[in-house]
Design a protein around this ligand. Sequence first.
Ligand SMILES: O=C(O)c1cc(=O)[nH]c(=O)n1[C@@H]1O[C@H](COP(=O)(O)O)[C@@H](O)[C@H]1O
Length: 273
Amino acid sequence: MTTKQLVGQIRKKNSFLCIGLDTDLDKIPPHLLKEEDPIFSFNKAIIDATNHLCVAYKPNIAFYEAYGIKGWKALEKTIGYLNANYPEQFTIADAKRGDIGNTSTRYAKAFFEDLNFDSLTIAPYMGRDSVEPFLTFDNKHTILLALTSNEGAYDFQTEKIDGQELYKKVLQVSKGYKNAENLMYVVGATKASYLKEIREIVPDSFLLVPGVGAQGGSLKEVCRYGMNKQVGLLVNSSRGIIYASNDTDFASGAAHEAERIQKEMEAILIGLA
Ligand SMILES: O=C(O)c1cc(=O)[nH]c(=O)n1[C@@H]1O[C@H](COP(=O)(O)O)[C@@H](O)[C@H]1O
C-alpha cells in the first residue's frame, strides 16, 4: 500500500487507529478453545467486527511464534484473510527484526513477499546495512524503532552521544539511508512529550504510536505534537481493544472500545477536541 492510499483511508474513516492482534490463548474467551484454530477464529471475529473503525492491523509475531507451527499457520491465515477481504487495511508485522544485510534480505522476503505484509517493525541498532535491504521493496514500509514506550527506553535511547540523544541520531541518520522515503518510525505514546522535537527532525514521516490503552499513554497528548498535515500517525492499542470483553460477546466488546477511540480521533481530526 502506498502512503497516499493510507492517508486516503484515514481521511475516509476519520480514524488513524491500528488494532494490535496480540492474540494469547490464555486470554481469549474459553469457548473458542474448542475450535480447530482458536487464534484465527478469534482474529477473524475481531477483524470482522472492527474493520470499519480502524485503518491498520498489527499482529505481534511473538504471539504466533509462541505456538510453533500452529501459531505460524494462524498468522498466515490472518494476513491472508486481511489481504483477501479487507485490502484497504494497512498491515504491520510487528517482528522487530534487523541483522546483517544478507539476513535482513531474507527477513524482508519472509514478511513482504511470502506473507505479503505492507510493513515491518525493525530495530535500528545494527545500522545502515541492516535496514537498507528492507527499503528496496516498492510500496512496503519499514518501521524503525526510534523512542519506544517501555521504561527501558531510558537505558540507551535517551542517552546522549556526542551531545545528541540516541533516538534523535536514529531519526537523523536514517533519513540519509537509500530509499528513506519507505521509512516510518515507532514512538511510544508514553513518550508524547518528546514528539515536538521528533517532528522537528521527521516532519513528514508516519509514526506508529503504541502505548495507549493498557500502557496508559494519552491520545490527546500524542496528537498535540505528533500530528502533521497528512495526520502522520497510526495509534495502536492491542490488549485494551481485543480483550475488552472475555465472553461470547468479545467481538462486539472490542468494536465498542475501538469505536470509543475512533470517535475521540474523529473529534480531534475535525478540530473539536
Ligand atoms: O513496535 C511496537 O509495536 C511497540 C513498540 C513500543 O515501543 N511499544 C510497544 O508496546 N510496542 C508493541 O505494541 C503493542 C502494545 O500492546 P498493548 O500495550 O496491549 O496496547 C505490543 O505488541 C508491543 O509489542
